[in-house]
Design a protein around this ligand. Structure first.
Ligand SMILES: Nc1ncnc2c1ncn2[C@@H]1O[C@H](COP(=O)(O)OP(=O)(O)OP(=O)(O)O)[C@@H](O)[C@H]1O
Ligand SMILES: [Mg+2]
Length: 270
């Protein structure tokens, strides 16, 4: 691979490894190779669908990219800068530019706070705009993700799963990120709601041009919103390519199995 990063590359992951010590009694402990020599790239404004069955290493890879856990070896390079070892201003700028969306917004929303405050917190922590600007921006963000601004004072428990995920997305968008890492963001939702949230992601891609890594165990879900797909199997990327190519002409037998597993009730393409 050339050392010159193409102008369009936003994220480059190079030879990433992450192992865990498995639990249990000492004589049974072994190392789990959760992410095994993974390399991939995400271009500006593009969406990479990351698929694989449970335990294939998707979340571990996502968390390494977010800098939430450290890989054993390998590199995560965001906009030309290696993420490991960032600190101070550079780290806070990275956090602002790369935002997570999780499966369960409960994990990112404080249950005691009105949901507007959770979105506002993001603006406060990055010191975006004046306090008055921030009030306005929270309402804009609610509007942007299709939430009634009247909901800002509600607690998370008083919202539906889909509404909570919209709040989670609004909180992620607050800092105007260039890359969103969404880890199974629709898996906990009913099928009809899944389709709505997927449509929202597609709108955001089009309107804001934000790049994303969209993680799912369901190839049928990532198909709808991805430009490229990477298939993880036991921590190894066994297949990558643009979405049409992977869906129509999978090279790896494991991809074919994932294709065969797509439920016919998968949310329809808009
Ligand atoms: N903190 C941890 N300690 C030990 N092992 C872990 C830890 N986190 C993950 N693992 C192991 O690493 C492997 C990859 O897990 P990971 O959660 O990344 O997979 P995943 O593809 O996100 O799975 P799922 O679809 O269930 O979310 C699994 O074998 C898992 O048991
Ligand atoms: Mg996971």
């Amino acid at each position: 691979m050339s050392d010159i990063v193409p102008a369009t590359t936003l994220l480059r992951v190079e030879g990433l490894n992450k192992t865990y010590q498995a639990g249990g009694p000492p004589w049974r402990r072994r190392r789990v190779h959760a992410v095994d020599n993974v390399s991939l790239t995400v271009a500006r404004g593009r969406t990479l669908g990351l698929v694989g069955e449970s335990g294939s290493g998707k979340s571990t890879l996502g968390r390494c990219i977010l800098g939430l856990i450290s890989p054993d070896s390998g590199q995560v390079v965001f906009d030309g800068v290696e993420v490991q070892g960032l600190s101070g201003k550079a780290l806070s700028s990275f956090r602002r530019r790369v935002q997570p969306v999780f499966q369960d917004p409960y994990s990112s929303l404080d249950p005691r706070w009105p949901v507007g405050r959770s979105v506002r917190e993001s603006l406060d922590s990055y010191r975006i705009g004046t306090p008055a600007d921030r009030e306005r921006r929270v309402l804009d963000l609610f509007d942007r993700v299709g939430l009634n601004p009247n909901l800002v004072n509600r607690l998370p428990t008083h919202l539906s799963g889909g509404q909570r995920q919209r709040v989670g997305i609004a909180a992620a968008l607050a800092s105007d990120p260039e890359l969103i890492i969404a880890d199974e963001p629709v898996s906990a939702l009913d099928l009809s709601v899944q389709a709505q949230i997927l449509n929202l992601f597609m709108d955001l891609q089009q309107d804001l041009g934000v790049a994303s890594i969209f993680i799912s165990h369901d190839l049928g879900v990532v198909e709808h919103i991805s430009d490229e797909i990477a298939v993880l199997y036991h921590g190894v990327v066994v297949e990558t390519g643009d979405v049409e190519q992977v869906m129509k002409r999978p090279v790896h037998p494991y991809t074919s199995r994932l294709l065969a597993a797509i439920p016919s009730s998968t949310p329809p393409r808009r």
